[in-house]
Ligand binder design. Structure first.
Ligand code: 4NP
Length: 162
């Protein structure tokens, strides 16, 4: 069975996209859907390659009991062939990702908050420069958006929610 590939993308791959990946994975587990998916996250920048997530990302995931095991990687051209869905956090990520993307490749690119029930289509604000409250807000935004994205995928790929 061909898996449905999902790549979450932010700038550094230490705050937003690893949290999105972790939340999405844990929700797939809850719905018994994990075996249908291949999920990763990456950053458009190279600053943090190989690093664990920011300590505030780790703290907020731990607070909500979401398992988080990640090492930062950079988004590469070949990922666009590997993944069906490229999910970016903000307009700057979108523009940087499109600069990396090969031409004539089949993938779908969405803003994460296209799937949010609140302020649909807006950006997942980068919490890096702020305090822990920004990370909690980021978590809540990603939590709602992951729910919306899973419902979208279930409909589109005729999966069933358990
Ligand atoms: P992220 O946050 O893109 O959500 O991982 C950032 C992490 C690091 C930097 C910027 C944003 N940085 O400039 O190092």
């Amino acid at each position: 069975m061909e898996k449905i590939g999902v790549m979450f993308v932010c700038l550094g791959n230490i705050c937003r996209s690893p949290l999105a990946e972790a939340l999405f994975d844990s929700k797939l587990d809850e719905h018994n859907l994990a075996s249908y998916f291949e999920v990763e996250s990456s950053g458009t920048a190279s600053y943090h390659i190989g690093e664990v997530p920011d300590e505030r990302t780790i703290a907020v995931a731990k607070k909500h009991n979401v398992p988080l095991n990640h090492r930062a990687q950079q988004l590469k051209k070949h990922h666009f062939n590997q993944f069906d869905y490229v999910i970016v956090m903000d307009e700057s990520n979108r523009s940087n990702a499109l600069d990396i993307a090969p031409k004539n490749t089949d993938y779908e690119l969405f803003m994460m908050r296209y799937f949010d029930s609140v302020d649909k289509g807006s950006a997942v604000i980068d919490p890096w420069f702020g305090d822990i409250d920004g990370f909690e807000e980021c978590f809540q935004t990603l939590d709602r958006s992951c729910d919306g994205f899973i419902h979208f995928l279930v409909e589109k790929h005729n999966l069933s929610l358990s």
